[in-house]
Every structure is written in C-alpha cells, then in structure tokens.
Design a protein. Sequence first.
Length: 415
Amino acid sequence: MLINYLKIAWKVLGRNRFFTFISLFGISFTLMILLVITSFLSHLLGENYPEDKRDRSLYVMRSVMRNTKQNGQMTGPISAYFVINYLKKMQTPEKVAFMSFVPNNVNTFVGNKKLSLFAKYTDAEFWNVLNFRFIEGKPYQTNQVTNSEKVVVITEDTRRQYFGEGVSAVGKYININNESYRISGVVKEVPITRIHVSSDVYMPYTHDKINLKNLEYNGRYCAILLASTSADVPKMRAEFDNMAAKLPLPDPKSFDKLIIHADDFIDGMLRNFTGIDEESPRDYFMRIGAIFAFLFMLLPAVNLINVNISRILERSSEIGVRKAFGASSPHLVLQFIVENIAITFIGGLIGFVGAGLVVYIINNSGLIPYGDLTINFTVLATGLTLCLLFGVLSGVYPAFRMSRLHIVKALKAGE
C-alpha cells in the first residue's frame, strides 16, 4: 500500500507543475535557510578545532560588579590578577589557561607593505588546554612566559604573508609594533568566529601593556578550567562557586555585589550575548530559538496548506470514486499525508543540496576567515526532522478536509 501511495505522489508532482513548483520552492528554501543557520550554530558552539575538550571545560568569561543600592554596575572580562591569584589555585582543575578576551590589532611590515594582524596574549597552559595543530615548531613554555622572552606563535597564513609560500619560519624573527619576536611555532588557522582562541599571532601575556599587578577583578582576559574527566566538571563548578562566594570585594565602597560564573561554553557565550547573570541563559535562548523556528516555518506551512487544499479539490473525482469503492477516511488521510511527506522530502533534498552549496560559498568567500562550516550528521538529522515535521504540519489539515467530503459532493466537484 505504501508503495502505491508513493507512486501516486510521483504522478501528482507532474499533474500541476505550478503547484509543484510552489510547494518544492517553499519547502526547499525554508529548509535551506534553517540548515545553514544550524550549520553555523554547530560551527560556533560545537566542539571544533582547537576547542575539542569542551565536554570537560568550564569558561570564566566575565565578572559583574554591582551596586544594588544605586542600580549601577561594571561588567567586563576578568583580569590576569584574578586568574593567577584565584583560578590557578583551584584544586579540581587539571589545568587552567587564560588568554585575552578578544584579539588586539598589531602591525608589521613586509617591505613597504603594511600587514594588520590580530594578536592574542596567552599563558603557556593555553597550548595544553587547547589542541592546536602545529605545522612546525612548538609552543612557548612557562619559563619563557615568566621571563618575558620575546617569542611568538604565528598561523600558517601569517607565515605565508610574511615570509612567502612554503618557507620555514621557526627560529626566524617577525617585527610586531617595532619590536622583534622570535617565532617558536606555526599553527593551523582558527576561524574568527571562535573569538576566544582565534588570532594571527599568539604572544606571552607578560608582553601585554597592562598593569599585571592591578588588584581589580575586571580586566581583558578569559579563562578555561579543564577537568581531568567530564565527570569531574560538576565538582569543579562547585569548587569555583564556593570560591567565588568567599571572594573579597576589591572596592566595597563602590560595589556591594560580585557576580561571576564558570560556565560550559554555550552558557558562557549566551550569558555574554543576553546579559543574563543570575540564572542559566540556555532555557531563555532555547525558547526564543523555538519561537523563531516555529514562526519561520509557519508562513510557508500555511501557504502549503492552501496549495494542498487546492490540489486536493482538483482530485475530488478520484476521492469520490475511492470512497464509493469502500476507501475509509483514515486510509485517505494516510494516503495524502504520505504523498505530502514524500513531496516534502524531495523539497528537503533540494534544500540539502542548496544548503551545501551555500556553505561551500561561505567557506570559500572569506566572509568567515578560515571558516569551516559543514553539513554534519547533527545538521542532517535536524534537516530530516524538519522535513518530517513540515510534511505532517502542512498535510494533516488538507487531508482531514478531503476525507470528510461526501461521495456525491466529491463526484460533482470533480465534474
């Protein structure tokens, strides 16, 4: 029976090409947009190079100093002082790394050509917590950071721009902001969307032009706490929360409350995006995302319902004949839902191909530098689920209306 329904669905596609085009275009375009968005979110929030240990990591991205009496607050990334004097002394983390929250602009010259690069300040543990792929050389070590040695790690693209194609850079020097730094290693580039770890040049934080002895908690850094196993993450979070509850206020006359969190990556990013401090922002974001997806799908679904009703009314004679020969309403409903799902999956296939093309164009356009968007299994599963939902959503009501047609009316309507 199912095979027959699919054969009928295939014949229906060629019966009215205008309706078919409208149906397929609405489905494929909607799914293409949703798949591209899902692919970007997977690229942004998933465990991707070089952050492949997010399942056992917590991120400390910012602190909020609040004056509850005057409704004032100061918000910003954390300071190197806070990391060194508090986070580095925690017992549960296997490693604690920190880096400047966003990269800084620096300049270098190749002949008379100026190169504007992004530079990020890090500690030595940065290279142990994150899984960078070294093309050549190695990262700078703890003693080099402590001694403020002028060493850097650069990306493969920076090496190409500065030294030329295929030239080794390890042991050579690069001039940054009129200072000469020895290159200790070259790494594969990281997409700019991974803002906490992406840069063109990586330098020891001891070369940062800030006052490292500043006792404030706010600064220009963020930190990653790495547990030995994912099972230790709750214990690590509990230790952090206990430590944070006992932190002395650096300026109690101006601020009477400190809010600081150790979050998984998604919560940390959403907290920065939404500004939610007192609770997890994930539920809020999921609600907003679900409403957006529903509204985005609702309009084409309504259009498809209208198209399906028009198409079904054209088939009134067929419905009347089938009912006259004993076809039950549930069978007719099932037939038309199967037909609609089949058409939806064809539109979905077109949407998959379109999404793959858009992702390819984005990756090769430079719109996201070093972008590596993919249509992965998560995205594919999301797309298949959306296809099924779309097919059922736009097919149930027309199928139900059709099944309720009286035999005589159905035959007259088809005349």
